[in-house]
Design a protein around this ligand. Sequence first.
Ligand code: ZN
Length: 318
Amino acid sequence: MTKQCSTLTKISDGIYQLVVRYPFDMFHMNSYFIQGENGFTIIDTGSKATESIDLWEKTLSSGIKVEKLVLTHAHTDHLGLARWFQEKHHVPVYISSLGYKEMVRNRNADGSSWFRSLLTTHGCPEFPMKQRKSETDIFDFEPDGLFENQQSIKLGDETYETIWTPGHSSDHFCFYNRRQQVMVTGDHVLAGLSPIIAHWSENDENPLKDNFASLERLKVYPTKLALPGHGELIFNMADRIDEMISGHKHRLQQVLNAVSQIEKTSWQVCQEIYGPVQPPQSFAPLLATITRLIYLELSGEVYSELRDGKLFFHSSTI
Ligand SMILES: [Zn+2]
């Protein structure tokens, strides 16, 4: 099978990987193929881009049989080609019912005004918003099946348990195979970098708190091999989770220190911690900083005050 299909790499018994590169930078997404009698179950697709479609066409035309597509969460870089799989290749698509809700929200939502007001409230200076091509069409399809938390699902011939892991996104799921001790971690646990934890919509209340709980939740599953949505495979998942938790705690302490003497906006805290970056390059650190300040506020360590449309944070011990 691997001889026929040059794009796939075997990583374990019955598990293969396809690295889907992004068109504009070095970043990439990992799709996984889990072998079964009725064909492969594919996990996540990469984003909707000509380069990704070419790679998928090449992969699928090698003669491999695909049973279904299962999605970890509804972010565009994971779900981007799900509709294309369903319409063009008649592959049934499965997502969690929470993921489906996100799909429906994204079909209708124009998140840009909410996003801009979030950034302005948190002190981000005015910036020209690049007119992005609308991506809402990728959400415009009906999945063939939905799954819930703690359900058994078949991925290939193996039985996996669905584990709800909100944090990086409110609809995020991991999949665990007890027999092989394999965990599909999506964007919840990555090897080389910490996935961004941010408020993606007005529905997200305290994603960092959710993320801490979801990281702890995963640690109880003995895992020999974790399959992340980006970057290298993980062979020591529990250690990596501890590392990620302490990374978050370190950042929280930095944020707390930054507002211990004088009040600051999230933007000012972000500049202090990450250095002078300008939007839109600063979006990821700024969003992460906002999420940390909200976490600290909800846990009573920081207070905020809204003045002239801007939120100022200060430590509760001032
Ligand atoms: Zn994601």
